[in-house]
Write a protein that binds this ligand. Structure first.
Ligand code: SF4
Ligand code: SF4
Length: 301
């Protein structure tokens, strides 16, 4: 049985598909969007995360680190990721839990145990399980084993995907998936490639492919001021979605800049221009724009 790396399991989720759900976050993503609200899901490997606001500057982590990866830089420890082998010794002495290792290996059985804990809530609310990330399709064999088991237990399955994958992977999972939560970010291919690291053609093509197959799809569009909320991009996005044969509805997800702190904790570069958040009025305006194309639209997940 394959194993996979998961960085979070959220129970009682209500924004990741219908009803009450358990959302499983897979580590690893082919895109590296600077506005990502789960930057700890981008790298496939496990990694350290440091919470400055929890640190009491005791320096105990420096003392125990066997590789010399930690040094005090003024008030706070500085961790050299190149020297860290993720042994976990610093976590054991850090009582305020200011250091964490993000990502844990799971077996299929372990994931199923987590999912099955809330079967009663799925049944009562019309919920189920949502696979998110990161990009779950990056760990295809692991995902497929879990999907098969969920199907055997009649659990509703949603897959939150970037759509950046091959058709073969989509074909293999689509027989099990009840609902695709499919992200679209930018229609300009050059801008998409510059900002996310990959072209948008396969993403748009795969969405068209799934839609033609009659799959149930909820398109998710993150509204990021200054990046994708210009009139041209909004209209091209709405026109493209409206041209597809089968789309349940579109979710407009307002960008929230509190996610920037996660980038800082992971010692990742973040873009200082990503500070504005769209207000309610702006979100309503975009909703009306999309609705003019005959789409069913809601604000939020
Ligand atoms: S052990 Fe924890 S609280 Fe103490 S300096 Fe290290 S990170 Fe901060
Ligand atoms: S996980 Fe181990 S190697 Fe990495 S910083 Fe902590 S003690 Fe050092």
């Amino acid at each position: 049985m394959p194993e996979g790396v998961i960085f979070d399991i959220k129970r009682y989720a209500i924004h990741d598909g219908p009803g009450i759900r358990t959302t499983i976050f897979f580590k690893g993503c082919p895109l590296h969007c600077p506005w990502c609200h789960n930057p700890e899901g981008i790298k496939m490997e496990r990694e350290l995360i440091f919470w400055e606001d929890r640190c009491i500057s005791c320096g105990d982590c420096v003392e125990v680190c066997p590789t010399g990866a930690i040094s005090m830089n003024g008030k706070f420890p500085e961790i050299d990721a190149n020297k860290c082998d993720l042994c976990g010794e610093c976590l054991k002495v850090c009582h305020p839990e200011a250091i964490e290792i993000v990502g844990r290996k799971y077996t299929v059985e372990e994931v199923m145990q987590e999912i099955e804990r809330d079967l009663i809530f799925y049944d009562e609310s019309g919920g189920g399980v949502t696979f998110s990330g990161g990009e779950p399709l990056m760990q295809l064999n692991f995902l497929l084993e879990i999907l098969k088991k969920c199907r055997e237990r009649y659990i509703h399955i949603a897959l939150d995907t970037t759509g950046y994958t091959g058709k073969e992977a989509l074909d293999r999972v689509s027989e099990f998936v009840d609902l695709f939560l499919y992200d679209i970010k930018l229609m300009d291919n050059k801008k998409h490639r510059t900002l996310t690291g990959v072209p948008n053609e396969p993403i748009l093509e795969n969405l068209r492919y799934l839609s033609k197959k009659g799959k149930k799809i909820n398109v998710r569009f993150p509204v990021i001021p200054g990046i994708n909320d210009d009139r041209k991009n909004l209209e091209e996005t709405a026109r493209f979605i409206a041209s597809l044969p089968e789309i349940e509805y579109v979710s407009l997800l307002p960008y929230h800049n509190s996610w920037i702190n996660k980038f800082k904790r992971l010692d990742r570069p973040w873009k200082p221009y990503l500070v504005a958040t769209p207000g309610e009025e702006k979100m309503e305006e975009i909703k009306h724009k999309f609705e003019k194309y005959g789409l069913r639209v809601k604000i939020g997940g």
